[in-house]
Design a protein around this ligand. Structure first.
Ligand SMILES: C[S@@+](CC[C@H](N)C(=O)[O-])C[C@H]1O[C@@H](n2cnc3c(N)ncnc32)[C@H](O)[C@@H]1O
Length: 210
C-alpha cells in the first residue's frame, strides 16, 4: 500500500487534494487557545494545515511521501529545516508553527496533542486497518482532545476504495461521543470510478466531538 501512495505522488495522481482547503474545517473548527497542538495524520500537502496554523495553533502533520511535504512547503513559500527524528524525518517551518514528519504514521510517537483534524486519513484506510489507526491516534491525543473527522459514506459493495466508506455505526464504535454535524452529496468531486460504478451518492460528512 505504501508503494501505491508513493507512486501516486510521483505521478501526480492526487485528485483528493483541495487547493482551497476543506470548507467543513472552516465552519466546524472551534476557537482553541493559542498554541494548542493539532495532529493531522496522513496530511498530504493539505492547505488545511496553513489555515490551522493561521488560527495560532501548532500543527503536526504526518505523511509518507517526501514529494508531498516538499510541495507543501514550496507551494506555500514556507522555509523549512530538515532533521532526523527516529524512524521519521522532521520538516519544520522556520517561521510558522508547522512540522511535518515524513514516514509511516504508525511509527510516529509524540506527547498527546490537544486536537485532531482528520480529512482523508481514516477514509484512506481499508476496514481491516482502521482499528489500528484509531488505537494509534488515540495514543497521540489527550483524552479530552477536540476532534473533527471528515468521512465519506457510500455503498461500499458497489465500488472499491480508497477512499473507503466509513459509516456512522463504525465511527461511533471508535468514538461514541462524536456527533454528525453536517453532510452533503459530494459525488461531483469524487473520483470518476464512483459514477462509473453506478453510484449516485457519495456523502461527505463532518463529525465533531462535543
Ligand atoms: C487521500 S490522501 C489525503 C491527504 C490529506 N489528508 C488531504 O486531505 O489532502 C492520503 C494521504 O495519506 C498518505 N499516507 C497513506 N498511508 C500513510 C501512512 N501509513 N503513513 C503516512 N502517510 C500515509 C498518502 O501518501 C496520501 O498523501
Amino acid at each position: 500500500m505504501a508503494e501505491d501512495w508513493l507512486a501516486r505522488w510521483q505521478q501526480g495522481r492526487i485528485g483528493w487534494h483541495q487547493a482551497d482547503g476543506n470548507l467543513y474545517l472552516q465552519h466546524y473548527w472551534p476557537k482553541l487557545p493559542r498554541g494548542s497542538t493539532v495532529l493531522v495524520p496522513l496530511c498530504g500537502k493539505s492547505a488545511d494545515m496553513t489555515w490551522l496554523a493561521a488560527q495560532g495553533l501548532a500543527v503536526t502533520g504526518i505523511e509518507l511521501s517526501d514529494i508531498a511535504i516538499s510541495a507543501f512547503f514550496a507551494e506555500n513559500n514556507i522555509e523549512h529545516t530538515l532533521d532526523k527524528a527516529g524512524k521519521l524525518d522532521c520538516y519544520a517551518a522556520v517561521s510558522a508553527p508547522i512540522r511535518i514528519y515524513c514516514g509511516n504514521y504508525f511509527d510516529y510517537e509524540a506527547a498527546p496533542a490537544d486536537a485532531l483534524y482528520d480529512r482523508g486519513a481514516l477514509s484512506t484506510l481499508p476496514e481491516a486497518e482502521r482499528p489500528a489507526y484509531i488505537e494509534h491516534t488515540k495514543s497521540l491525543l489527550r483524552p479530552d482532545a477536540f476532534r473533527l473527522i471528515i468521512t465519506l459514506e457510500y455503498e461500499q459493495a458497489m465500488a472499491n476504495g480508497p477512499p473507503f466508506s466509513v459509516l456512522a455505526e463504525e465511527l461511533q464504535q471508535y468514538w461514541p461521543d462524536l456527533q454528525r454535524v453536517a453532510a452533503h452529496n459530494d459525488i461531483e468531486n469524487c473520483p470518476p470510478k464512483f459514477r462509473q460504478a453506478g453510484l449516485d451518492a457519495v456523502v461527505e460528512a463532518a463529525w465533531t466531538s462535543a
